[in-house]
Ligand binder design. Structure first.
Ligand code: LRH
Ligand code: MN
Length: 388
């Protein structure tokens, strides 16, 4: 099978999960800009996510964030998603927006606060039981701002105890995905600051604990594809939160700031067997469209992942291995750059036609009139947002 037909096989079964919060208003500490037509509840977020799947064909699930997407009946929400042709995906816990978590959640010196945080995580697993979701994604804003504020070691002990308790609660088919981030909102220590800390905790917990690589959560200059290669080799890569950044956790569209980095990351995913149907890796977007329209922003982001994936799949592995074995440094680099410099947009347009969808998703969505319709319909009510 040529690289091209193998690439088309992988691309046709690619699945990219969308973040519900990308459809709500978002911003920075300076301003959260409200946009007309933004969803007011999880049902409208699902309707918008379904538009992205309708025009890309590869985004059939939406990740929820609790309590941002809290509803009385999650089975009803799952049914609404099905009516829109998509499904509910990863459940994201939120122990970073309550005054009680000022000094931490699972790592808080106060056992009463640790208990409160754990109860929220238990509630999230209850929700997974209702939605049929496989993954509980945990990101902890926990950390300190000043040296001496708390014991780094004691906080790790508390974290390990809390993670062990929630891991114990998971069902056979359920997984815990532990996300790391090197700083913010804490500015001295962060309790899960890097892949090594997440990897160590996940290894201690067991097989159903995996690491989440958020591409915006590394110190500048970090070689993320090395981390991906290492975690794949160890069988501990569980998920990606795709986005891009020029400076910090900018949460910009994936591939927008550094398309070459995204290509290098996805090439390591290919080499590590991450595109196999049973790899179990969740490819998710985690972005905020602070100033740009949100649904087209998600469509463009999905297309950026498709394009980087296609280029990674077109690398001539035999030629690369031959050059590497021969110590031909420039030859090996050229093989990779040839694939990266390949224009794959025609291949993807053809794939979409074969899937029975418009070859140009951005143009098709713009022509659908959906954006104008929701602006006209969604009058009043409380627009969704981070509510930070
Ligand atoms: C933290 C994070 C995490 C989510 C949040 C929306 O920065 O990446 O994945 O919970 O963004
Ligand atoms: Mn994230």
């Amino acid at each position: 099978m040529s690289d091209r037909s193998a690439a088309i096989a992988v691309l046709s079964r690619q699945r990219i999960e969308l973040p519900s919060w990308a459809f709500g208003n978002s911003g920075t500490r300076f301003k959260v800009f409200a946009q007309k037509g933004v969803p007011r509840d999880p049902f409208e977020k699902i309707a918008d996510a379904a538009q992205v799947h309708r025009y890309t064909g590869v985004a059939p699930t939406i990740a929820l964030h609790i309590p941002w997407d809290k509803v009385d009946d999650y089975a009803n929400l799952a049914a609404a998603a099905k009516d829109h042709g998509i499904e509910l995906g990863t459940i994201n816990a939120n122990v970073f927006q309550d005054d009680d978590y000022r000094l931490g959640s699972l790592t808080n010196p106060d056992p009463r606060i640790r208990r409160k945080a754990l109860d929220h995580l238990y509630e999230c697993v209850d929700i997974m039981d209702e939605t049929g979701s496989r993954d509980l994604k945990l990101w902890f804003s926990d950390g300190t701002n000043y040296p001496g504020q708390d014991s780094i070691r004691a906080r790790q002990d508390r974290l390990a105890d809390g993670l062990a308790a929630i891991y114990e609660r998971l069902g056979e088919q359920q997984r815990l995905i532990l996300e790391y981030k090197f700083f913010e909102p804490a500015f001295y220590t962060t309790d899960v600051p890097d892949w090594g800390t997440s990897f160590a905790h996940c290894t201690q917990l067991g097989d159903r604990a995996k690491v989440c690589v958020d591409t915006g959560h590394h110190a500048p200059g970090t070689n993320i594809e090395f981390i991906v290669a290492f975690l794949l080799r160890a069988g501990k890569l569980g998920a990606f939160d795709f986005n891009s950044r020029f400076y910090a956790d900018d949460d910009l569209m994936v591939g927008a700031a550094d398309p070459f980095q995204l290509f290098r990351i996805l090439f390591e995913v290919r080499l590590g067997g991450g595109f196999a149907e049973d790899s179990g890796i969740a490819f998710m977007l985690d972005q905020c469209h602070n100033i740009e329209p949100k649904i087209p922003g998600q469509i463009r982001s999905v297309m950026n992942v498709q394009e980087a994936t296609a280029k990674a799949l077109l690398v001539d592995l035999d030629a690369l291995a031959a050059a590497q074995d021969a110590g031909d440094v420039l030859g090996a680099n050229e093989v990779l750059m040839d694939a990266y410099n390949t224009d794959v947009r025609l291949l993807l347009a053809q794939l979409r036609e074969d899937q029975g969808i418009d070859p140009n998703p951005m143009r098709a969505y713009a022509a659908s009139g959906y954006a104008q319709r929701v602006v006209a319909e969604r009058i009043g009510g409380q627009q969704a947002g981070w509510g930070a």
